[in-house]
Design a binder for this molecule. Structure first.
Ligand SMILES: [Mg+2]
Length: 440
């Protein structure tokens, strides 16, 4: 019997993080970290499932779930073996749905839904191969990886032949790097001390903890009030000393002129990068900020909609650091394109993570990048936030400021069934009890 996809189940999962001000920043004061979660099931004898999700911060998660549901008919009935041998075909079919495409194209809720489904399929493919996704990708042949990328709109910056050459060059020395990766892990930095809603006392305590945990970079949220930012940067710098990198993140709060002025006002604290200084769509604005605030680096990417905007940011010399996100764009296929673009332009990738499960996912992409493409971890760090990992079956593991390489097959995307039952909105155990308490 040919095994086929039999179900695509969705879940609206929300965690009440806003009550502790975890995740608070200048643009997002009260996020309830949420996942529009998808499970792809098959009738194969191995019983394996593909798990994926996209990340939202609460209200609207039901819209994200509805967008995933709109893709169901593209997935049901597909042959499992053919799908896992070539996820790129599904990726192209989803992007190419001529009616759904109107809702983008390749941006926003519909595109994030595609990312959730495509990532679930990659989870399934890696599980069937018995490998963690990073190894599944790093073991793949360059020509096959190139076949997984949609080069439409990219060839003025990167051709398939150039991509294949980058991958062929990138895999040299892979064996030694893999030994190092398995031993030491991949460098991380932490945002846990720097949420805007935290007191100075909590900021100092968590910054001190970050040093004790072996991190060599922390990040602070900025952009709500300049006097507060100056005080908080001073507090953090006093705790960490001059040698630890301190990035700052404005979460799109500023106009171009404000971004330049504000970043210069914080320059005495030696910020390593200014993240999301302005609108993620403003390619030329980022370029102007970068020219004005150097040597402070400009970083962005967690809200960059797709590979085409990344291409422009690179072409325009607008960023020093590319912050791809595992669940914002159209899944692993598009992130392969983005990693290849970054390699072509020689810009380091320091992925966005945190939220719900973003650390779990994105570690695989950086580890693949290290083994098979960029071949270095110099000036490269994955964001780390210590929230909500306990809900995952194979949570990230950190040691001495590094992500340890996952060993379980798949994309580390799977949540515990109990977490799904408890935090399903609005009828999970937690939210139902909460509604009773609130008298709603
Ligand atoms: Mg950020």
């Amino acid at each position: 019997m040919t095994a086929r996809i039999t179900a695509l189940d969705t879940f609206d999962i929300r965690f009440p993080t806003s009550r502790e001000l975890d995740g608070s920043d200048a643009m997002n004061p009260d996020p309830d970290y949420s996942a529009a979660y998808v499970v792809v099931r098959t009738d194969a004898a191995d019983g394996l499932e593909g798990h994926g999700f996209t990340f939202t911060i609460g209200r609207g998660n039901e819209v994200q779930v509805a967008a995933i549901n709109a893709l169901r008919e593209h997935v049901l009935g597909r042959e499992v073996a053919a799908l896992c041998a070539d996820p790129g075909t599904l990726n192209r079919d989803l992007i190419g749905d001529s009616q759904l495409r109107w809702l983008g194209p390749e941006k926003g809720v519909m595109h994030m839904a595609i990312g959730a489904v495509v990532n679930a399929v990659w989870d399934l493919a890696a599980k069937r191969a018995g490998k963690p996704l990073w190894a599944f990708l790093a073991d793949a042949e360059p020509d096959w990886l190139v076949s997984q990328v949609d080069f439409r709109y990219l060839t003025d910056a990167l051709t398939p032949a150039e991509a294949e050459e980058l991958l062929r060059a990138g895999r040299r020395g892979r064996t030694e790097r893999e030994a190092l990766l398995r031993e030491r892990g991949y460098p991380a930095y932490t945002t846990s001390p720097g949420w805007l809603g935290y007191s100075d006392e909590k900021l100092s305590r968590l910054a001190r903890q970050a040093l004790a945990d072996g991190f060599t970079q922390i990040k602070l949220k900025v952009g709500a009030d300049l006097e507060d930012d100056i005080r908080r940067c001073r507090v953090a710098r006093q705790v960490i000393g001059p040698d630890i990198r301190m990035a700052v993140d404005a979460n799109q709060r500023w106009s171009v002129a404000e971004a330049i002025e504000w970043t210069k006002a914080l320059a005495e604290f030696d910020p390593y990068w200014i993240e999301e200084p302005t609108s993620p769509d403003d390619v030329l604005g980022h370029a102007a900020v970068r020219r004005a605030v150097a040597p402070v680096k400009v970083a962005t990417g967690e809200h960059v909609q797709n590979r085409i905007v990344f291409k422009q940011l690179l072409q325009a010399g607008a960023i020093d650091v590319l912050q791809l996100d595992s669940a914002r764009v159209g899944g692993v296929n598009e992130n392969l394109a983005i990693l290849l673009l970054a390699a072509k332009f020689g810009v380091p990738v320091c992925p966005h993570a945190g939220g719900v499960g973003l650390c779990e996912l994105v570690q695989h992409l950086s580890m693949f990048d290290y083994l098979a493409l960029s071949a270095t971890t110099e000036n490269r760090v994955i964001e780390y936030v210590d929230h909500l990992h306990e809900h995952f079956v194979t949570p990230v593991a950190l040691a001495r400021g590094h992500y340890l390489a996952p060993t379980a097959p798949g994309f580390s995307a799977q949540m515990h069934p109990r977490s799904l039952d408890t935090y399903r909105y609005p009828d999970g155990v937690f939210w139902a009890a909460d509604a009773l308490t609130e008298g709603r």
